[in-house]
Design a protein. Structure first.
Ligand code: GLV
Length: 323
């Protein structure tokens, strides 16, 4: 029998199947300082497993301060909030939820891309504020996507799903990946692998789909942003720290790039005030996997991993086996 802590309430049905003899304790949604290491240590207490989210700082201190912790089931695909090296040193098993949020995240990437390119958020505000008093030829002009180049940084599962959708929009797709990409995906998406610099110089839309790690930290910063076209749009549904946020604000203010669609931020939940002011920026609160379907399947994967672990079976979705 295991005591399992879930750091915040999940969607209905996500944890179905996690039943006695295991005890499951789900706390209220944490806010502000409750997202700290101390609060997480307190919440995990003497539990042997914890279901965590992207907002929980699963640091070395947390992992070494929870005496009975054997397993962390991350309710996400990304793992940059977890110190994986420390988990391995402590002998703690870490699992995550790859695959089931790919399509939801790709859809949301396109939602942001279209919103920025075609000014959907401005348009809604325009009508609501009573400004639509006549049809006009120059109102809220946007950028046409057909025939333009989409540059995907990180052609993994999500990047490939974004590329597949680009075919329907008649966009040319280039991508940058640290490793050679799967030839089937290249063929299916009619895309070309290029150097990062080429991608940044030639793309009309740059979309980020790489994990956040030492190599990708601040991949887009003053000098790399400066190589983008002044008419280009940046979309980020990956991780905030892949972009140097204040350099992005400077680039937007100076017109060195035209706009951005951001679902993730460098210091979540804080958002750089310069982004709030810019009219060609569309912002979302880290929502890309937020469909009932994806969030339910993510929970079910955590349950599968937890049940396998506590019955001594091979644990699916273990991070070690994926790295
Ligand atoms: C969400 O950001 C995830 O990594 O699943």
């Amino acid at each position: 029998m295991a005591q399992i802590v879930v750091t915040r309430p999940l969607v209905h049905g996500a944890l179905e199947g996690l039943a006695p003899p295991h005890t499951v304790e789900t706390g209220p949604p944490p806010t502000g300082s409750e997202l700290s290491e101390e609060a997480l240590i307190e919440r995990i207490g003497t539990a042997s497993a914890v279901v965590t989210t992207v907002a929980d700082p699963v640091t070395e201190r947390v992992l070494s301060s929870c005496p009975n912790l054997e397993m962390v089931a991350q309710y996400a695909v990304g793992l940059d909030n977890i110190d994986l090296a420390a988990a391995s040193r402590e002998g703690i098993t870490v699992t995550h939820t790859p695959g089931v949020l790919t399509e939801a995240t790709a859809d949301f990437t396109w939602a942001l891309l279209l919103a920025v390119a075609r000014r959907v958020v401005d348009a809604d505000a325009f009508v609501r504020s009573g400004k639509f008093d006549r049809w006009e030829t120059r109102t809220l002009l946007g950028m046409e996507l057909h025939g333009k180049t989409l540059g995907i940084i990180g052609m993994g599962r999500i990047g490939s799903a974004v590329a597949r959708r680009a075919l329907g929009f008649g966009m040319d797709v280039v991508f940058h990946n640290r490793t050679p990409a799967n030839p089937t995906i290249i063929r299916e998406t009619n895309s070309r692998q290029v150097a990062l610099d080429t991608l940044l110089r030639t793309s009309d839309v740059v979309s980020l789909h790489c994990p956040h790690n030492d190599d990708s930290h601040h991949l887009l910063r003053e000098d790399t942003l400066a190589t983008m076209k002044p008419s280009a749009l940046l979309i980020n549904t990956a991780r905030g720290p892949v972009v140097h946020e204040s350099d992005l604000v400077d680039a937007l203010r100076a017109g060195r790039i035209a706009g951005a669609g951001l679902d993730v931020f460098e210091n979540e939940p804080d958002v750089h005030p310069g982004l709030l002011e810019h009219e060609r920026v569309v912002l979302a609160p880290h929502l890309a996997s937020a469909t009932v379907e994806a969030r339910t399947r993510m929970g079910q994967m955590c349950v599968e991993s937890l049940l396998a672990y506590f019955s001594g079976e091979d644990v699916p979705y273990t991070v070690r086996s994926q790295l």
